[in-house]
Design a protein around this ligand. Structure first.
Ligand SMILES: *[C@@H]1O[C@H](CO)[C@@H](O)[C@H](O)[C@H]1NC(C)=O
Ligand SMILES: *[C@@H]1O[C@H](CO)[C@@H](O)[C@H](O)[C@H]1NC(C)=O
Ligand SMILES: *[C@@H]1O[C@H](CO)[C@@H](O)[C@H](O)[C@H]1NC(C)=O
Ligand SMILES: *[C@@H]1O[C@H](CO)[C@@H](O)[C@H](O)[C@H]1NC(C)=O
Length: 379
């Protein structure tokens, strides 16, 4: 994709030009490379669902979404890692404005991914699929660091943009769909969740088709095993991950990161992990309390001290690495947790859950409090 650029060659060698340009272009800010045993390849693509009209489009068009995927590449097979943009340019400029960051802030973040590899990639069936649904209004990119970290331990992680709900979605060729202000104009979270769960099912359909998979992962010899995937989401994306378990039998487990439930009203026979906060737990969140007995499988709620609602996306680490601060009114939403620590806690517990539901691994950390993570409370 056009927004995936590699660093070498980006800086002109001529020093005079370099100085002139560096006044305009901010230095690269690197998202730390995850510690997992795999490098990760990143690609994005548009998927059009010709069987479904977009419920929010006013022109009767088919539902079109954007996805990106972090795909594991064994370290021996990775010939080159490069710096790639954290998000595409129009989205970055738009989000700077949303968060009141100085212009160029989001544009300066880089992920470190594998851009050249030896041999064919390992077969997609080797890596369990994980779907990631972002928070309301959010672009999928705010789950990049979390998703890349998960992928580095051997999962294919798909981030989904849900157009008209996401405040901006940038398609190939520069087409953009801006958010439709759904919260204000037509507050219907059930419709938002239903649209998102349909997007998830559509992504699973598509990734069972090898011709689609080859566009995303060049050289792939087969499609993904879509019969056994897991869903993870932030905020209403977390509600989506759990709601989807009711009707989507291909999803074997769901993680709700701090999302009030909507449309979780029937029996769920699959494991559910709810990640809450010190002051957002089953005694204060009635939707979790009401739905708890509907989950007739393994279930756990963990509440993390120091976390605000936005600590369940990349916000804390971005703020820290970029030396950025949020407007006063938004600060409580991140909490007091340090950025690297927030990322470590979220990814540790989400990976443990994925190991449990997708690889039948026994995960001690899900069984009770851990000395290594005193911030994490079992409700
Ligand atoms: C920042 O970018 C926006 C457009 O995204 C523009 O309207 C504004 O003038 C810019 N501000 C500065 C200080 O350059
Ligand atoms: C699940 O399916 C039932 C019946 O088929 C439907 O009423 C409900 O809206 C669906 N739930 C979701 C979250 O899609
Ligand atoms: C559950 O919620 C969905 C979406 O709001 C709704 O369509 C369905 O009728 C509800 N089912 C029950 C059993 O209340
Ligand atoms: C749940 O939240 C309430 C309100 O903030 C708090 O008083 C209570 O201690 C919390 N309970 C647990 C088990 O964390």
């Amino acid at each position: 994709m056009a927004w995936i650029t590699s660093a070498p060659g980006r800086w002109p060698l001529n020093l005079g030009v370099l100085v002139a340009i560096s006044l305009l272009v901010q230095a690269d800010i690197l998202i730390p490379k995850p510690a997992g045993q795999y490098e990760t390849y990143l690609n994005a693509m548009e998927l059009v669902d010709t069987s479904r009209k977009d419920p929010y489009a006013t022109d009767g068009s088919d539902r079109a979404i954007m996805i990106s995927m972090f795909y594991p590449i064994s370290s021996q097979d990775c010939l080159k890692t490069s710096l790639v943009d954290y998000m595409p340019a129009k989205t970055a400029a738009f989000e700077d404005n949303v968060f009141s960051f100085p212009n160029g802030s989001f544009e300066s973040f880089r992920l470190q991914t594998c851009t050249e590899h030896r041999n064919a990639v390992q077969d997609p069936r080797h890596f369990p699929l994980v779907l990631f649904s972002p928070g309301f209004g959010g672009p999928r990119f705010l789950g990049n660091a979390i998703s890349q970290s998960i992928a580095s331990t051997g999962y294919a992680v798909v981030l989904i943009d849900h157009p008209y709900d996401a405040n901006i979605v940038e398609f190939p060729g520069g087409r953009v769909i801006y958010g439709a202000n759904l919260a204000q104009d037509s507050p219907d979270p059930q419709k938002v969740v239903a649209t998102r769960t349909a997007d998830m099912s559509f992504v699973l359909d598509q990734l069972s088709d090898v011709s689609v998979v080859r566009q995303l992962i060049p050289g792939a010899r087969c499609a993904f095993n879509t019969e056994k995937a897991a869903a993870v989401g932030h905020s209403i994306g977390g509600a989506t991950a759990v709601a989807a378990l009711q009707n989507e039998s291909r999803l074997v487990g769901g993680v709700d990161m701090d999302g009030t439930f909507f449309s979780v009203n029937s029996t769920i026979e699959r494991p559910v992990l709810v990640l809450g906060r010190e002051d957002h737990n089953r005694s204060t969140e009635t939707t979790w309390r009401d739905a708890w007995s509907l989950v007739r499988s393994w279930k756990e709620e963990l509440d993390i001290v120091g976390f605000g609602h936005f600590a369940y996306c990349d916000a804390p680490i971005l703020l820290e690495l970029g030396g950025l601060s949020l407007p006063a009114a938004l600060k409580p939403f991140v909490g007091t947790i340090e950025g690297h620590r927030a990322l470590e806690i979220v990814t540790t517990y989400v990976k443990a859950f994925l190991g449990f539901v997708l690889r039948r691994e026994q995960e001690k950390i899900l069984e009770g409090p851990s000395d290594k993570f005193p911030e994490v409370r079992f409700y």
